[in-house]
Design a protein around this ligand. Structure first.
Ligand code: HEM
Length: 432
């Protein structure tokens, strides 16, 4: 149904071993009329589908994931806020799922739900500790220095296609830049054979193409990050890895490996699609004239509008009910899977009664909410990376335009990420 691309993958299909099964809820009546997530119509115009689901089911819809596995999709802004704020009721450890018996080991969503002992799946005091180690290591990242790295990385990527007068920006730019920025934050050079291999393997394990072996790539990523941790243990530097290692919490090397992979993976896909979706908006919407003299709305406004209207992590899987409860009148059983409908919540008519969606503030749920939200200061770092990527491209290629009609731009066939399959552009070739 949908490719296993999405935010925060945690394990290769083979690496994720389902925990002992709890019997699935027998014939939940709500799911007899559930909607299958996915399908082309969904991918291209999800906003319409969310409207329809809301009309039919209200704020919480019974849905079927790949292989017709039942789950709940939370569509309402107050309801997503409630679920994420009550981690005692809707928690992150996927081992409590009551559907494991029905899930094959090679299930496409396994990388996102297969339990791993990382920050993503830990709970309570342990999660607070793991998250604080990440937060404190990220807090020290100098945003001016990060912007400088990003400009340098952007320059090198643009140099590779500037002379040709054309490019496919998703692969040549939007995906490549945040990956390199994240790797550099963690203490590896943005370029070099080792880094190139890690970047390639991360891409394959996060977003496998035809002929790729995501399991083998993920094993190589783990090996490389283990080596990085060992190197930084021996010779610390001014980087996120070294700061995590020297944190007084004293996490083990293996815990740090798991959390570093989570950080790099979490930084990659959503930031890449944030860049791509913003470039698309700038290139297709007259309110954002691309040259500086004609510009009416800024890059900052475009970045924020995307978070409201085309948020990169459109649905996030998820939370698992700790005990029987109700949500928006639905009976949720212990162990049910709850998918956070972040895009649907951002466009909830309850918060936009006038029908106009989007504000200049950051009250959207695009970075999640509550205990497991995207950890401070990651959203700010992501903003630096995305803003620098967009601004540098526009500065270097001031007459860049789409090379296809806007209607020809296709969205990725993913229920989880909102991003383009390709963004072909043309511009006056720049000789270096
Ligand atoms: C420098 C870039 C980024 C880094 C380092 C980063 C890091 C992380 C980490 C480590 C988590 C796991 C938190 C936990 O489970 O406690 C997380 C969660 C999350 N991040 Fe980010 N992230 C980045 C960019 C983004 C972007 C651009 C978006 C979307 C616009 C985003 C949206 C989210 C969401 C929706 C979650 C899940 C929240 C939840 O479970 O409620 N992140 N991020």
């Amino acid at each position: 149904m949908n490719e296993p691309s999405g935010h925060l993958p945690t394990a290769s299909p083979a690496a994720a071993v389902p925990p002992p099964a709890v019997p699935p809820p027998a014939g939940c009546p709500a799911h007899e009329t559930a909607v299958r997530l996915g399908g082309l119509e969904y991918q291209q115009t999800p906003a319409e589908l969310y409207r329809e689901l809301r009309r039919r089911y209200g704020a919480v819809a019974p849905v079927l994931l790949d292989g017709d596995v039942p789950a709940w999709l939370v569509l309402g802004y107050p309801e997503v806020s409630y679920v994420t704020a009550h981690d005692d009721l809707f928690a992150r450890d996927s081992r409590r799922w009551n559907q494991w018996e029905a899930i094959p080991v090679d299930w496409p969503l396994m990388p996102f739900v297969g339990y791993q002992p990382s920050v993503l799946f830990t709970e309570g005091a342990e999660h607070q500790l793991r998250a604080s180690v990440i937060t404190e290591a990220l807090e020290v990242v100098d945003q001016f220095e990060l912007a400088q790295w990003c400009r340098r990385i952007a320059g090198l990527l643009i140099n590779a296609f500037a002379g040709s007068g054309q490019a496919e920006l998703m692969s040549a730019y939007a995906h490549a830049l945040p990956m390199r920025a994240a790797v550099q934050m963690c203490g590896m050079p943005a370029r070099g054979t080792d880094t190139e291999e890690l970047v390639r393997d991360l891409r394959i394990s996060l977003d496998a193409g035809e002929g790729d072996d995501p399991v083998a790539a993920y094993v190589r990523v783990q090996e490389r990050i283990r080596r990085l941790v060992k190197e930084k243990r021996a010779v610390p530097g001014a980087d996120v890895t070294s700061r995590m290692l020297s944190h007084p919490a004293g996490l083990s090397d293996e815990e740090i490996v798991q959390d570093l992979i989570s950080v790099i993976a979490a930084a990659q896909q959503p930031t890449a699609n944030w860049i791509g979706n913003t470039l698309r908006l700038l290139l297709t919407d007259d309110r954002f004239a691309l040259n500086v003299s004609g510009g009416r709305l800024s890059v900052g406004q475009a970045l924020n509008e995307v978070l409201w209207l085309d948020t990169p992590t459109q649905n996030f899987i998820g939370r698992w009910a700790v005990r029987d409860t109700t949500l928006a009148g639905r009976r949720i059983r212990a162990g049910d899977c709850v998918v956070l409908g972040l895009a649907a919540a951002n466009t909830d008519p309850q918060i936009w009664p006038e029908g106009h969606v989007g504000a200049e503030n950051a009250a959207h749920l695009s970075f999640g909410n509550g205990e497991h939200r995207c950890p401070y200061p990651a959203p700010m770092l992501a903003d630096v990376i995305a803003r620098t990527a967009v601004e540098t491209l526009l500065e270097r290629l001031p007459d860049v335009v789409l090379a296809v009609e806007p209607a020809e731009l296709a969205w990725r066939p993913s229920v989880w990420m909102r991003g383009l399959t390709a963004l072909p552009v043309r511009f006056t070739p720049v000789m270096q």
